[in-house]
Design a protein around this ligand. Structure first.
Ligand code: HEM
Ligand code: HEM
Ligand SMILES: [Fe+2]
Length: 453
């Protein structure tokens, strides 16, 4: 660790990992309820479990991004963080908000209350007071990280990371706008949901991957920067108007069918570029970095993001296709592999790289970490295929033949069992990953002299 204040990242990563475990366990429970529908129907109904699953996902990914920024910005900018105290205060607010969310959802408190009650828009269910807390935490974060960059060196990596993080926070403000009219509500809701994962978060992903490639492969900074600019340009060009792929059937004008289809088709480009970038860097790189686990996760991230977001996204993004597949298990298949490939794996990659450094030791338990990569990735890929088959059958029976929704669901049971099986493997992988990162053990593969890097 070159800068003392990088230590802040450690606290963020710990909370993120704890929530990661909660997130996948809730997913597994939701998957179990799918096959055994009466499970906990009073104590923990499906809608509550699902909310916990998706919200904890988003919160831990954000905590991971914040931690990553606090870890890499001091090093890139060659200066200490502007204020570690502020960073810890920000974390405390986020932990308080998260606890509030869990308690409110689990016990269904304050129903209908404008400030304290659940708000009921998918992913943005948090009560208003939690949203306000998130906004305050976000502002603290932006001040802290921007001041750090301003007082230090500016690199392409920090510039693009900052652009992504500012965009992320500004777009979150649309979470506060909830118009009565459902069509308008949805239009703005996608400003957060879509423009995060297919816009600002992509910039964050590109810059963190670039940082990892720089460290792990030892290629020249100039080469990394050229790729970075191409990725960012194509991501913004395609992703902003690509929002149109969610405007096909919500009551917006018909021209969105074409704008959405055409621009979102180009969204494949930045994901393809990121995958090519990662492999070309490893191929060109001269450095034989001992942290093989971080490298594996970085390559896995770029690859699975290309398939989950790029390929599985393209599969249903053209309006004549989406007309049939909208809101089926095809969507769930894409949602899982895209989130896992792009953002879960990205966080795991930077954690795998940073944790040994933060703890001031060699990369340890690498074999175990790599085992967790194959369990998680294998599990997610299997789950994606199971849901894709389920979605194909569902689309045919429900949208082509016109059978009833629940009747069709009954026929998909076998796929939901497969999802549960795959999900169990994912959860096992997550537990092994957390163990590998936190419980130190020397191994043959680790070499000395890396802790300083
Ligand atoms: C890191 C891994 C995971 C990620 C990134 C993830 C992500 C998501 C997302 C984004 C959704 C909302 C999907 C949508 O709106 O289409 C969702 C729902 C869901 N997930 Fe996961 N999930 C993960 C792990 C799991 C696991 C291990 C299971 C276990 C079986 C699971 C089961 C479910 C279920 C049952 C739903 C609800 C689907 C529905 O409402 O029909 N997830 N997950
Ligand atoms: C890492 C990037 C991405 C993530 C995390 C992601 C995640 C998601 C999630 C969670 C949903 C379900 C939202 C909901 O209805 O609740 C969704 C829907 C959708 N995504 Fe993505 N996505 C990504 C990239 C892409 C890309 C690149 C494309 C197109 C090439 C795409 C095309 C779509 C489409 C068309 C839908 C709507 C599905 C429907 O009509 O039901 N996505 N995505
Ligand atoms: Fe989208």
């Amino acid at each position: 660790m070159k800068y003392q204040s990088q230590k802040v990242a450690y606290a963020y990563f710990l909370v993120a990992m704890a929530l990661f475990a909660v997130q996948v366990s809730d997913g597994l429970l939701a998957g179990w309820i799918y096959v055994m529908p009466n499970t906990l129907s009073e104590a923990a109904p499906f809608n509550v479990v699902r909310m916990l699953h998706t919200n904890s996902l988003v919160v831990w990914l954000l905590l991971g991004f914040f931690g990553a920024a606090y870890f890499l910005v001091p090093e890139e900018s060659e200066t200490e963080l502007f204020s570690p105290t502020m960073a810890y205060a920000q974390l405390a607010i986020l932990v308080l908000g998260t606890t509030g969310v869990v308690v409110t959802y689990s016990f269904n408190l304050f129903e209908g209350n404008w400030l304290l009650g659940t708000q009921g828009r998918e992913f943005l269910e948090q009560p208003l007071w939690v949203k306000l807390g998130i906004a305050v935490a976000a502002v603290l974060f932006l001040i802290n990280i921007t001041m750090t960059v301003l007082k230090g060196k500016k690199t392409a990596i920090t510039n693009i990371l900052l652009l992504g993080l500012w965009g992320l926070v500004v777009l979150f403000l649309f979470a506060f706008y909830n118009p009565e009219n459902l069509a308008i509500d949805k239009q703005y809701w996608w400003f957060v949901i879509h423009l995060w994962v297919e816009g600002t978060w992509e910039l964050i992903m590109a810059s963190i991957l670039a940082y990892l490639m720089l460290k792990l492969t030892g290629v020249d900074r100039e080469i990394v920067e050229k790729w970075l600019y191409v990725i960012v340009a194509t991501a913004l060009f395609s992703g902003i108007l690509g929002t149109g792929h969610h405007y096909f059937w919500i009551g917006t004008p018909g021209y969105w069918k074409w704008i959405g289809s055409i621009f979102s088709a180009f969204e494949v480009v930045p994901f393809f570029a990121m995958m090519s970038f990662a492999f070309v860097m490893v191929w060109k790189g001269r450095r034989d970095h001992p942290n093989k686990a971080a490298l594996l996760w970085s390559l896995g991230c770029a690859t699975l993001a290309f398939f989950g977001a790029g390929v599985w996204g393209f599969m249903h993004t053209l309006h004549p296709v989406n007309y049939y597949t909208h809101g089926t298990q095809i969507t769930a298949a894409h949602a899982h592999l895209a989130f896992f490939g792009a953002y879960v794996s990205l966080n795991i990659a930077i954690m795998s790289y940073a944790m040994p450094i933060l703890k001031g030791r060699d990369p340890y338990n690498q074999v175990l970490n790599m085992v967790s990569f194959w369990l998680m990735s294998g599990g997610m890929v299997f789950m994606t295929f199971a849901l894709t088959f389920a979605g194909t059958v569902q689309t045919h029976l429900q949208r082509v033949n016109g059978d009833g929704f629940m009747e069709v669901q009954d026929q998909l049971t076998i796929f939901y069992w497969m999802r549960f099986g795959a999900g169990s493997v994912v959860v096992l992988g997550v537990l092994i990953f957390i163990y590998a990162l936190l419980v130190p053990r020397k191994e043959i593969i680790s070499q000395s002299g890396v802790a300083a890097e």
